[in-house]
Design a protein around this ligand. Structure first.
Ligand SMILES: [Zn+2]
Length: 184
């Protein structure tokens, strides 16, 4: 099972939504990305500041000496081991484990002090990530939502609803942004 997941993760590539967000960050238009994904695709799509609620499956850590390894540098059979001999744990947050406190704190700090919040690829129903749009809204931010269907957020929180698939809407959005930046 874990091997199948690893194979799936290894073959996944960033889509236009990942690369678009990465570009926005490189342009200084997007401060940070808060995600529940563990696939590292935001980073592979060019993003530098990614706050991960559920960790990252591309790395493993030693719980004894804190040494971190990339999943692709682990070789051989059997459970992956650290140089110190201890078995390595994937850097993902498993069911029942708490979301890293640093990630929570950082995301709330950002949400309570942002001009706009872009919400995509989420139904807005999973706690505690679903409280971020609320925090941002209460702090006066414009909430922009990209989703195929309307969600619980759409009617009571969203200021601008861009209906469609994240990768398609982001492609259009990036064309607009590039035109605007070129005209500046
Ligand atoms: Zn170790």
């Amino acid at each position: 099972m874990l091997e199948e997941v690893s194979a799936l993760l290894a073959s996944a590539r960033p889509n236009p939504a990942h690369t678009g967000l990465g570009q926005l960050q490189q342009m200084g238009l997007l401060q940070a990305i808060i995600t529940q994904n563990i696939d590292n695709l935001h980073q592979e799509g060019g993003a530098s500041r990614v706050i991960e609620y559920h960790g990252n499956a591309k790395t493993l850590s030693c719980l004894r000496c804190n040494q971190r390894y990339n999943a692709n540098e682990i070789e051989g059979q059997g459970p992956p081991k650290c140089d110190c001999g201890k078995i390595l744990k994937p850097d993902v947050v498993f069911f029942g484990e708490p979301i890293p406190r640093k990630a929570l704190q950082e995301s709330y700090d950002l949400a309570s002090d942002c001009g706009a919040l872009l919400v995509l690829g989420t139904s807005g129903e999973v706690a505690p990530a679903n409280t971020i749009p609320q925090t941002a809204k209460m702090a006066g931010a414009t909430v922009i939502e990209i989703n195929v269907e309307s969600t619980v957020l759409t009617n009571y929180l969203t200021d601008i609803f861009l209906q469609g698939k994240a990768s398609e809407v982001m492609t259009q959005l990036m064309e607009e942004v590039e035109t605007m930046v070129a005209q500046r």
